[in-house]
Design a protein around this ligand. Sequence first.
Ligand code: NDP
Ligand code: HSE
Length: 434
Amino acid sequence: MVPLRIGLLGLGTVGQGVVRVARRNAEEIARRAGREVVITAASARDPARPRDCDLDGIRIEADPMAVVQAGDVDVVVELIGGVEPAGALLRAAVDAGKPVVTANKALIAEGGNAIFEAAAAAGVPVAFEAAVAGGIPIIKALREGLAGNRIDAVVGIINGTGNYILTRMQDEGIAFDDVLAEAQRLGYAEADPSFDVDGVDAAHKLTILAAIAFGMPLAFDAVTCEGIRGITNHDIELARQLGYRIKHLGIAKRRGDAVELRVQPTLLPETELLAKVDGVLNAVVISGDAVGDTGYFGPGAGGDATASAVWSDIIDIARDTQGGARVPALSAHPEGIRALPVRPIAETRSSHYLRLQVADEAGVLRAITSILADHDISVEAIYQREPRGDQDAVIAMITSVVRESQIIEATDAIAALPIARGPVNRLRVEHPGD
Ligand code: NDP
Ligand code: HSE
């Protein structure tokens, strides 16, 4: 099958991320899409400016409309931002019958009702997973995974820049303006960062989430919107003293026949899940009548993280071009599925928690640690409970990261020591992300 050809409008933070992910994951993408996907053209205001991605083989235009209209572009990916000229470009793509993928929440929240009407009339998909919560597939979760529920509430941290600012203020006492400048340097902030700090960006995203959750038209003007400019380091410290964290939340709740739509800085008890989501991370809790509460968290901004969501939409469109079931049961198309060797458990590596019951005698610790050392295992942390009366001693320890077979041999040897009082209790210590 011939490759699906992509035209990128915009080579900024997200556009460059989309190119990097294409270079890195071309094979995985083709297996899942069922056909090769290539970026043939891209646009930027300044085509000559060096970019942090490999643009080899991609034609760069100064005029984004030239990309929309190019004969070698099947799908238009809009990553310019703002309502215009992005809106005109998107409408031109739809008129030309070209599917559109966009990360532009401002455009969808403010102009989406008309866009979707025109796209439906033309039979052209307009996909926007990247418009809400960066890399978190929240739109798919809400629109597909929870489609059987009556959704009662969607509450979340949906602006990465704002959460980054509040977290750095809270943890390091850094002043608001300094952290905002850093978020801009990192590519998290909108072109106009007042959208982030005044809650407009979160209101755009909440508008989209509420429309999908409650089956209502996009109603951006109905969202009550408060920003975080007024939050001081002092407020953050006082809230902490009271056992709370200040988070900038988007809240959409069903209330009888009506809904509440608001974006506000909010105190959350420090034990709440959302209170613990820090930095540029976003998190959304969705309450459905059948499933109860479900939570989703991950990077809310940044080039590659947002590109992850952009690519999920492109792959959906590629799958749609081939008929049959839209999403293959195992994600990759049947011809793209390959057997992979499964690593034997003895070869897996992790750190371990060991609990040992041993005689309360001199030299016990030395005997244990020398067995561990013989197996090339070091001790990262150790705790011994003081024995009472003639009780045995209990020792708990955390080991370095080792192969499963190493720890099994070592704990068998420890259990065989004359001072051991029973088997060694062993649990793996998992560091998610390792
Ligand atoms: P950038 O400002 O980094 O990039 C915008 C790109 O569009 C640049 O390549 C720029 O050209 C080009 N451009 C800007 N204005 C025009 C114009 N008037 N005509 C033609 N081209 C133009 O934006 P981001 O990549 O950060 O954001 C893109 C979209 O993704 C926005 O809708 C944003 O809200 C959304 N988004 C951003 C996320 C992020 O983490 N940054 C996360 C999720 C969504 P040049 O490079 O030459 O200046
Ligand atoms: N400026 C936005 C944010 C980008 O910080 O959340 C992601 O939508």
